[in-house]
Design a protein around this ligand. Structure first.
Ligand code: ABV
Length: 300
């Protein structure tokens, strides 16, 4: 996977050289290229922002440097994919690459974007080429995304309902969430399937993970739950799902409502409602833990 990042703070991305993702980059499994937006300014002050039309506080990022930067980064990436444009046949190879190669997906973090979820991370991990555009201040002139959409797929995404000073930390977050899903980046391949949110559709689908334990078995008078020492893998899987259900109900009731949507009370409409992925055992676990579950049986 190739990841280009355009930012006014290239030094912000030092952490990409660290830990599992840094190692994957060293092995050549991920290629990062961080670009300074100011490279595409032409005034002595390398100006990237200006006052908003219509008035109001803050500054808006000017479209011209962004337009030039994105054109150049797309062009460079296409060249690279075609083999550095070095051989005599490079022009031909490049033309073929443009013709059949997928254009990159441009991702622009903004608090007004669509939510970045584990599902979206899985989708991004299947992309060969991502470009992240880090805005600062009050955002990027809206024509930049509109113009890019004429050539590229463009996603405006939010990592959560809070406002950052710029897109850089959001890009670090998304990069980590995406890259850990790439084959070979995580040591333990199976652990991805058991992740919270279970975007892979496994037993944890739509739930957050329950608690984990390691040695020692007794610590500060606290015992590891005996079922985890039983060797009974069926019982362990069931216990883990129960704990995930209870923790999800406690911390993320919104996720439980998605798994067990309240049934519409108008007869006939419920035909269109997907079956709840919660079975009777799940419902009794939630109910015994004090989280009554609506739905499903109402329709029977
Ligand atoms: C991007 N806040 S994403 C740019 N939650 C500026 C602020 C900001 C983002 C987010």
């Amino acid at each position: 996977m190739r990841i280009d990042i355009v930012t006014i703070f290239p030094e912000y991305f030092g952490p990409l050289g660290v830990s599992l993702i840094g190692k994957a980059a060293e092995r050549g499994e991920i290629t990062f290229a961080v670009h300074d937006l100011r490279h595409w300014t032409h005034d002595v002050h390398h100006t990237v922002d200006d006052a908003p039309f219509g008035g109001g506080p803050g500054m808006v990022m000017k479209p011209e440097p962004w337009g030039e930067a994105l054109d150049a980064v797309v062009e460079q990436g296409v060249r690279r994919a075609a083999g550095q444009g070095q051989s005599p046949a490079a022009g031909q190879v490049q033309a073929e690459a443009v013709g059949r190669g997928q254009p990159p997906l441009l991702v622009i973090p903004t608090p007004s974007g669509v939510p970045f979820t584990q599902r979206r991370a899985v989708a991004y991990a299947a992309e060969p080429w991502l470009i992240f555009a880090c805005g600062r201040y009050e955002g990027i002139d809206a024509r930049v995304a509109d113009d890019a959409r004429s050539r590229l797929r463009v996603d405006e995404v939010s990592i959560g309902d809070y406002v950052l000073a710029g897109g850089e930390p959001a890009v670090l977050v998304m990069t980590e969430a995406v890259c850990r899903l790439l084959p070979g980046v995580l040591g333990n391949v199976a652990s991805v399937a058991d992740d919270s949110f279970g975007a892979g559709g496994g037993p944890m689908a739509g739930l957050v993970e329950g608690p984990s334990f390691t040695r020692p078995r007794l610590w500060r008078n606290l015992e590891v739950p005996p079922v985890l020492l039983s060797g009974d893998h069926g019982a362990i899987a069931r216990w883990r799902r129960d704990e995930a259900l209870k923790r999800t109900a406690r911390n993320r009731p919104d996720l439980i409502r998605k798994l067990a949507p309240a049934q519409p009370d108008v007869a006939g409409v419920s035909r269109d409602t997907p079956r709840s992925p919660l079975n009777d055992h799940d419902r009794s676990v939630l109910s015994e833990a004090g989280f009554p579950v609506t739905g499903e049986d109402v329709a029977h």
